[in-house]
Design a protein around this ligand. Structure first.
Ligand code: HMG
Length: 440
């Protein structure tokens, strides 16, 4: 059977940078380590006044198409995943296609375009749609362009403000992919939740503490569901485990939960039993509270074991390197985590061809998906071609006044014009509603 998966990926960051320990923490009167150690964030990407979801998405897609030698005729489907859309009718993919048609020969007149929404998980849902479209044989030899693009901004003063970010990830999904093969099995955890939502509003209403618990609950359900359709899982089966990363501290919690779930009833649990006991079983407790305390105690002990620490350092920490410096990119976040992991493999000289990834996607509202991927032979060339480090390095470092102004400029309820802080170079720029994406 033909392999279907991600053939190529490109990343486009917002051109500005907000330094969390250096600029944000002093203004908030907080200890910088709350951000660097607690949330695990050093800086976030922010959009300049000429950037938005269309320009960032089109810039990422343009780089990808140019590098892979793709023409519009090679693309039968364009899906944009975003939760920052500004048009309730016309999908963002049409705006992006309009940008790309300015620079490529040909057009996307015979491509199926759409927009996917389910908070941050929509990027992964778009991958699933593209996979199904190709597997169903409806693609006529063409591939799908999936673009996850967001300006993840919170209201000033919201607890989520520290976790903001802005950027896009473009992926080309095709037969015989160079980067990773997607698998046919997924596990889902899904429930109607109201801890993070934006009903007719730009910035989210968030119950931050609850959102952390909802993320963990849905992720646990997705893992259980995934286990019901696959071979028994073993943590050492996966080279990396990229999770949706609103901030790295969230992934620290998700990783521990995932590990505990995977080692249950395995030889690892037996091996750890002398050191930390066996996992508490709910049936052994009459009292729910006592069971929860016992689980908490077990998790605290598990986290301190060398075995868990080694697994975390090898499998999870490398997925967080980019995220630490860009913040939450919502739909793009888990796809940034995959890139971060493969970049680490490249830098460390690990050959991960044939190795598997376990990918944990999540979107508020709320749904988690777990699926596995297999790294393909062409992965090294694909990751070598990325210029993520240069992009991050070149961002303009905002001082507090700049930040306040640019945040206001992106606030749809304020009528504020600000000077560009950076000069666009060979990229699409925002040029007013309905006239977006002129390339400068
Ligand atoms: P907060 O009140 O600013 O922070 O809110 P905190 O007081 O909870 O501290 C955060 C961590 O830093 C804690 O660690 C502290 O102990 C630690 P934890 O106990 O959780 O392990 N800390 C320190 N560590 C070292 N030195 C210090 C120090 N001080 C504190 N001095 C909150 C945090 C996450 C609530 C906030 O950032 C927020 O509301 N964020 C937005 C919502 C969010 O990101 N939720 C995540 C799950 S939902 C999700 O991922 C979906 C999402 O991406 C949206 C979508 O799907 O579309 C958000």
């Amino acid at each position: 059977m033909t392999a279907v998966g991600i053939d190529a990926v490109e990343i486009w960051t917002g051109n500005l940078k907000l330094d969390l320990p250096g600029t944000f923490a002093p203004q908030k009167g907080e200890d910088p380590e709350k951000y660097t150690k607690g949330l695990g964030l050093h800086s976030s990407s922010f959009p300049d006044s000429y950037e938005d979801i269309v320009t960032m998405g089109a810039n990422a897609a343009h780089r990808l198409m140019e590098r892979k030698g793709l023409e519009p005729d090679d693309i039968g489907r364009i899906d944009v995943a975003t939760e920052s859309a500004f048009d309730n009718s016309k999908p963002v993919s049409t705006y992006v296609a309009g940008c790309l048609e300015q620079v490529f020969d040909g057009d996307f007149h015979h491509a199926n375009k759409g927009e996917r929404k389910f908070a941050c998980i929509a990027g992964t849902q778009s991958l699933d749609d593209a996979y199904n479209w190709i597997k169903a044989g409806r693609n006529r030899g063409r591939g799908a362009l999936v673009i996850a693009t967001d300006t993840a901004l919170y209201a000033r003063g919201d607890a989520g403000e520290a976790t903001q970010g802005a950027g896009a990830v473009a992926m080309y999904i095709s037969e015989d992919p160079d980067l990773v093969e997607l698998s046919g099995e997924q596990g889902y955890g899904s429930a109607d939740e109201t801890d993070f939502l934006k009903p007719n509003q730009q910035f989210p209403s968030v119950d931050g503490k609850r959102s952390v618990q909802v993320y963990l609950a849905r992720m646990r359900e997705a893992l259980e569901d995934f286990k019901s359709v696959t071979e028994p899982l073993h943590p050492d089966d996966f080279a990396y485990v990229p999770f949706h990363t609103p901030f790295p501290g969230m992934v620290r919690k998700a990783a521990l939960l995932g590990y505990r779930n995977m080692v249950r009833d395995t030889s690892i649990e037996d091996e750890l039993a002398d050191e930390i006991g066996r996992q508490p079983r709910s049936e052994a407790f009459d009292d729910e509270e006592a069971y929860r305390d016992a689980v908490r105690e077990y998790m605290d002990a598990l986290k301190e074991t060398d075995r868990y620490q080694e697994w975390y350092d090898a499998t999870i920490d490398p997925t967080l390197t980019v995220s630490r410096n860009v913040g939450n990119w919502y739909t793009g976040s888990v796809h940034v985590a995959r890139v971060s992991a493969l970049k680490h493999a490249l830098e460390e000289g690990h050959d991960v061809a044939g190795k598997r990834l376990l990918v944990g996607s999540y979107g508020s509202g709320a749904q988690a998906e777990i699926h596995a991927e297999t790294v393909q032979d062409g992965w090294k060339e694909e990751i070598e071609a990325l210029n993520v480090d240069e992009q991050l390095e070149e961002r303009y470092d905002l001082d507090w006044e700049d930040y306040e102004e640019i945040h206001d400029a992106h606030n749809h309820e304020m009528d504020v014009d600000v000077e560009e802080l950076t000069t666009p170079e060979a990229e699409f720029v925002f040029d007013g509603w309905g006239r977006m994406g002129e390339r400068k």
